[in-house]
Design a protein. Structure first.
Length: 318
């Protein structure tokens, strides 16, 4: 009986196998180097583009005669105050109630204890200090380069940095008003918890009335005088810098539409609905304001008189 033939696979040359392995490794290294080189070139272009934008912003600041700054929560993040809508923002944290609910007028009326607990722990930041952006804006105002700061923030850091003409669209945690007698109490007083009822709600030591923060809550209108002053300042500006705001909170966000000046710069990490109207986008706010000459000649002609109207009539119920 004829035996079966056993087919054997030819043995590959070890040198050939080594060559093919080295060839594959070389291809991988070349591709990696190519990809890294492309990323490096892209990063260099982005850096050059960012530097160009910063230089352009600085040039506009130097040339402007009536500049207005419109800011939001992103201005104060470097001071340790979280914003609202970023990944780590207040609206992405878990609470017993949604933050929008707890910051509403109806919640203040129906759940005062829960409201003030949230207000003390999440809205008041007594240890926060002005960052370089706040101090630079104050310096520009003293030099006569900046007419007005319009802010959506309630932390009072612009005034702490030295800014004099500030329109606080949403009020301030540093004013807490008795709804009966109109007495005004500080944020430190609120946090000291010296005068509270059994539920932990602060009460006026003078008359026993209920305290309300001078902060615009959801379901409440903006203060008419503050709104009128901010609109007038923006409408008269020749340059408007928008910084640290996503421009989604109305009616405050709509104020920028009153701007009819020459240059509009939007300095925000995320896109906004008004990017199409901007002359400059995606400028790093703090670098754009701080790079370059940090001193300006003080103007002898002050174009920033204090408002001729009271910002709020504190003896009025809201």
């Amino acid at each position: 009986m004829e035996g079966r033939r056993v087919s054997r696979k030819p043995r590959r040359n070890p040198l050939y196998m080594l060559f093919m392995s080295l060839l594959a490794l070389t291809v991988v290294l070349l591709v990696t180097v190519f990809v890294l080189n492309m990323k490096l070139r892209s990063a260099r272009r982005d850096l050059a583009d960012a530097q160009t934008k910063i230089e352009q912003l600085r040039s506009w600041i130097a040339e402007s005669k009536r500049m207005v700054f419109f800011g939001g929560a992103g201005v104060s993040t470097e001071s340790g105050i979280p914003d609202f809508r970023s990944v780590d923002g207040l609206y992405h944290q878990q609470f017993a109630y949604p933050p929008e609910t707890m910051l509403s007028h109806s919640f203040y009326e129906t759940h005062p204890a829960e409201f003030f607990d949230f207000y003390r722990t999440k809205m008041i930041a007594l240890n926060a200090k002005p960052n370089r952006c706040h101090t630079k804006l104050a310096e520009l105002e003293r030099a006569g380069k900046l007419d007005v700061v319009v802010t959506q923030n309630i932390d009072g850091l612009h005034q702490m940095a030295g800014s004099q003409r500030v329109f606080e669209l949403h009020g301030s945690v540093h004013r807490n008003i008795c709804q009966s007698c109109g007495a005004i109490y500080s944020a430190e007083w609120i946090c000291s918890r010296e005068h509270e009822d059994a539920a932990g709600v602060p009460v006026c030591p003078a008359c026993g009335g209920r305290i309300k923060p001078d902060v615009v809550l959801y379901e409440e209108p903006l203060d008419e005088h503050v709104l009128t002053g901010a609109v007038a300042a923006i409408a008269a500006a020749d340059a408007l810098i928008v910084g640290g705001t996503s421009l989604v909170v109305y009616p405050a966000a709509g104020l920028t539409r009153y701007f009819t000046g020459d240059t509009l710069a939007i300095c925000n990490l995320a896109p906004t609905d008004q990017d199409a109207n901007a002359d400059l986008l995606r400028v790093t706010l703090h670098r754009g304001l701080l790079q370059g000459n940090s001193s300006y000649a003080r103007s002898s002609d002050c174009r920033c008189p204090p408002p001729a109207f009271p910002l709020r009539r504190y003896n009025r119920r809201r």
